[in-house]
Design a protein around this ligand. Structure first.
Ligand code: ZN
Length: 155
């Protein structure tokens, strides 16, 4: 591995990709989103359950993909779980900017997610990191119970 790639696959990221948090089925989910990233072959099935106040009560994912997509899904679901909907949406926006734009001081609210900023140097990996983000955003916005997103429809 080049040193750049070593930077990218830091211990925390590797740990999340090997033992993804929130991986599994959520039988009583209110919303399901299927996301795919054909350029890498990553796939995510995301299920979200909302609390009485509309907060993200629980979310889980299944699917398969590269280390970055799995780590991103694991880290994002961990971060978003329990949050108010508006809080979750602003966190996802902050994550998206982190992955796509050079930033001197990424918001501290992102926590460990900041470790994924390294993917900016690898355009193919950007889609991998963004796939779970797109899926969660979609789940928070949609009113139907099922839908799908693809990194190929990225504006
Ligand atoms: Zn990937």
């Amino acid at each position: 591995m080049s040193s750049e790639l070593e930077d990218l696959y830091q211990e925390v990221i590797l740990d999340h990709s090997r033992r993804p948090r929130n991986f599994g089925e959520l039988p009583d989910a209110a919303v399901r989103v299927h996301g795919d990233n054909p350029s890498c072959g990553d796939e995510i099935h995301l299920a979200v359950k909302f609390g009485p106040e509309g907060n993200v009560a629980d979310l889980k994912f299944t699917g398969h993909g590269c280390a970055i997509s799995q780590a991103s899904a694991s880290m994002l679901t961990t971060k978003v779980k329990g949050k108010e909907r508006t809080e979750a949406i602003s966190l996802l926006r902050a994550f998206r900017s982190l992955i796509m734009e050079e930033q001197n001081e990424p918001p501290g609210s992102l926590g460990d997610l900041r470790l994924l900023a390294g993917v900016r140097k690898f355009p193919q990996r950007v889609k991998c990191a963004l796939l779970p983000c797109r899926a969660i955003e979609q789940a928070l916005e949609q009113t139907t119970s099922e839908s799908s997103v693809s990194t190929e429809s990225e504006a």
